[in-house]
Design a protein around this ligand. Sequence first.
Ligand code: FES
Length: 253
Amino acid sequence: MRLILRIWRQKNRNTKGKFARYEVNDVNPDMSMLECLDVLNEDLARRGKEPVAFEHDCREGICGSCGFMINGVAHGPLSGTTVCQLTMRHFKDGEELILEPWRARAFPLVKDLAVDRNAFDRIIAAGGYISISTGSAPDGNAIPVSKERADAAMDAAQCIGCGACVAACPNASASLFTGAKITHLGLLPQGQPERDLRAVRMVTQMNLEQFGQCTNIGECVAVCPKLIPIEVIGRMNHDYIAGSMREPEAGEA
Ligand code: FES
């Protein structure tokens, strides 16, 4: 099949960008979107032109490195799928696709389709971990965890930090991401001792980065490749308010 790609080209964040039009022929319908870009880049390199920059690592939907907008939708038209797993058979022969980077102030552009998502790392570094000693691995039944709690924690743990939620949100809010990380650890027994501090510090850091506030629009959930539920945002707000009352100094650290 043949595809027309209109791709955002921008050397760096200090230069102006613009769309460039490319025709990619001999696209195999079983190729992923990233493999289609590989084909384009090989052709560009052969002709002495600058290849398109985009991020990737695992190409299996687990690392969260990849991601850009396809026709205005984060990760493209297929629900619950990253661009590295989006195969070309979901598009029509001769179709035109518009590829753009995530657009959010907190994700400054690096080049073409690649953006800097270090703001997510700083939110995690603020408290998205367990630092207390949990001892050696106890017997599986020694600390009972209800199935509902375990399922909710594991659902939240699916977040791969790709940034699609921020890119899709009209406010560029990082609430789904931060809520997923707070929920994942806050629902499990090992996460309890630092639960208040964690929520206050992570939300404080999120607010320090240039993300917008959540206004419950729900675009984040619609594009999340891991189908993180919106309830994690409610849990984040609950833990942040409760934590702020019990640890009023935590947000100033
Ligand atoms: S490259 Fe790892 S999730 Fe897409």
